[in-house]
Design a protein around this ligand. Structure first.
Ligand SMILES: [Zn+2]
Length: 449
């Protein structure tokens, strides 16, 4: 076993001590983050509102009103951005027929997700990242497909974030592939994201992470009058429903109930998002979604993928799922006038910085293991090199078992490291680090007996 002091590693930082924080920004990502524009976001949302309603069951043939015209417009925007992408961005409406379900679909439905794929430039890298928002909107009655349903925040905000990321990122190249998608059918029971998640699973895409944006552009809450545009919530499930049998026993035995794939992604979003976006705190919420609500990350989580939901800190229920009306002097409805485009800019930038950092990074280290052959007060980790990407080295992340976030980070050029900290007392994970310092998602070690 190599001794610690012989290894070329550097103790980089104590993440939980602000004074010691090192903000090391990738200049390319910093530049992209600066390009995120509140004005662009506002223009997208104003245009989306002009389709009158984007209800999933609204017309798909009307050229001006309804979900059909809206999805064609999203693809048209993607195609506009594609002109500056050197042929790497391509877009289409991915359609499927959904049969009536006796609940929220009352007639055969032509459902379409507006998708754009920014092809990765490394042919040996098959990783895929997805960012989504939902194009469909609704009013008080979920089956009402004719009334005006502006859907500025729910979920014009998510679709605008998707478009803005596509606009900026498609002029850059990444080793991995990024998919920008405005799904449909969210309000009718997550049909569009369910269709996409099933396709990803069946076709065995190497999906590394999925970011769902839904209701993330307004800063005020109903009932409490709180205004907050400095915090963004990230919802993540602890472990996947696929963690059954032996996998679940392993989680119990090792105390890994807070280290599932979605939770790791959420921690990554907090660290990287806060690295690039000033005056914004990413708040980790330890549950998959809010009470009584659903979201497009869930079909992905249910299939074992790392997927999280971004939502504003406080919600205003007068402006969600409401008929547009004035009642007792109160304006109801999801109108653009209730949006905070500067807040939406920051939340969009969190998405962009995380997508860019993951897609620029090498793929995750392989076969990460912690040695438990002997009783000892040290921790020996070993792993195999990333499958794709140019690797500079690896970070070993460490935290106390009660800490929500990683607290220490060690760097090594090797594929093994022994630390003078007991594996019994801390959690560990390993990340690949690329030549421009972008980190992969962390991998929790499995036990090597
Ligand atoms: Zn929504």
């Amino acid at each position: 076993m190599k001794k610690l002091f012989l290894l070329p590693f550097i103790i980089l930082l104590n993440i939980n001590v602000d004074a010691q924080k090192i903000i090391n920004r990738d200049l390319e990502i910093e530049q992209m983050v600066k390009e995120v524009s509140p004005d662009s976001l506002k223009v997208y949302i104003q245009k989306l509102v002009l389709f009158g309603t984007r209800h999933t069951l609204s017309s798909v043939t009307d050229k001006k009103r309804g979900i059909g015209a809206a999805r064609e417009w999203v693809v048209q925007k993607f195609n506009e951005f594609a002109k500056k992408s050197n042929g790497r961005l391509s877009a289409f409406v991915d359609t499927t027929i959904i049969a009536p379900d006796g609940r929220r679909i009352d007639a055969p439905l032509n459902l379409g997700n507006a998708m754009a794929t920014l092809k990765g430039v490394d042919p040996s890298d098959d990783r895929v990242y997805i960012i989504s928002g939902h194009l469909d909107s609704r009013v008080s009655d979920v089956m009402n497909r004719t009334a005006d349903a502006p859907g500025a925040n729910d979920d014009g905000s998510g679709v605008a974030a998707v478009l803005e990321c596509a606009r900026i990122m498609s002029t850059h190249s990444f080793p991995a592939t990024i998919i920008f998608v405005a799904v449909s059918g969210e309000e009718q029971s997550l049909y569009g994201s369910g269709y996409l998640a099933e396709k990803v699973k069946k076709q065995k895409w190497n999906l590394d992470a999925m970011l769902n944006n839904d209701i993330m552009g307004s800063h005020n809450s109903s009932e409490t009058n709180i205004i907050d545009n400095t915090r963004l919530r990230v919802f993540s499930e602890s472990f996947s429903v696929q963690d059954t049998g032996r996998a679940f026993m392993n989680i119990r035995n090792l105390g890994l109930e807070n280290d599932g794939r979605a939770r790791q992604l959420a921690r990554y979003v907090k660290e990287v998002g806060e690295r690039y976006v000033d005056n914004l705190e990413v708040v980790l919420i330890y549950r998959n979604d809010r009470f009584l609500r659903g979201g497009d990350h869930t079909p992905f989580v249910q299939r074992g993928f790392a997927a999280v939901r971004f939502t504003e800190m406080n919600e205003n229920y007068n402006h969600q799922h409401q008929d547009v009306r004035i009642e007792k002097g109160i304006q109801y409805g999801d109108l653009p006038e209730f949006m905070d485009f500067e807040y939406l800019r920051k939340n969009t930038a969190v998405n962009l910085s995380c997508l860019a950092n993951m897609a620029k990074a090498p793929s995750v280290p392989q076969e990460v293991k912690v040695d438990v052959k002997n009783l000892s007060n040290t921790t020996m980790l070993q792993w195999k090199a990333s499958r794709s990407g140019k690797v500079k080295g690896y970070y070993i992340l460490m935290r106390e078992t009660t800490s929500p976030v990683w607290q220490k980070k060690f760097f090594t050029y090797e594929t093994t490291l022994t630390l003078p900290y007991s594996k019994d007392n801390y959690f560990f994970a390993v990340q690949s680090v690329g030549i421009t310092d972008n980190e992969s998602l962390p991998v929790v070690p499995s036990v090597d007996r």
